[in-house]
Design a protein. Structure first.
Length: 94
């Protein structure tokens, strides 16, 4: 791939930011629709509903998760022994 000029790079960054804003707005709209659907299920006092060939579900469930902060406080040496180093990458435009 050829190196981009600063002008081309600025255009790519603007385009990236435009798409990011579109996705953020779409996510807000999706969450609002989700809330409407949940409220309708609650209003009908059901956890599952079939409409138009689609099944909408809203269920509450319980999970057990490991309390790493509590384990670290109670067993700091053992916590250190079980830590592992990982490598990650991060991308941002500010």
């Amino acid at each position: 791939m050829a190196k981009l000029s600063n002008k081309a790079l600025e255009a790519k960054i603007r385009e990236y930011e435009e798409y990011k804003a579109i996705l953020e707005e779409a996510e807000k709209q999706k969450k609002a629709l989700e809330e409407e659907l949940k409220k309708e299920l609650e209003r009908r006092k059901v956890s599952e509903l079939e409409v138009g060939g689609k099944t909408v579900r809203y269920t509450v469930f319980t999970q057990k998760r490991f309390d790493s902060a509590g384990f670290k406080a109670a067993n700091p040496e053992e916590y250190k022994a079980w830590q592992k180093e990982i490598t990650s990458s991060r991308f941002s435009v500010a």
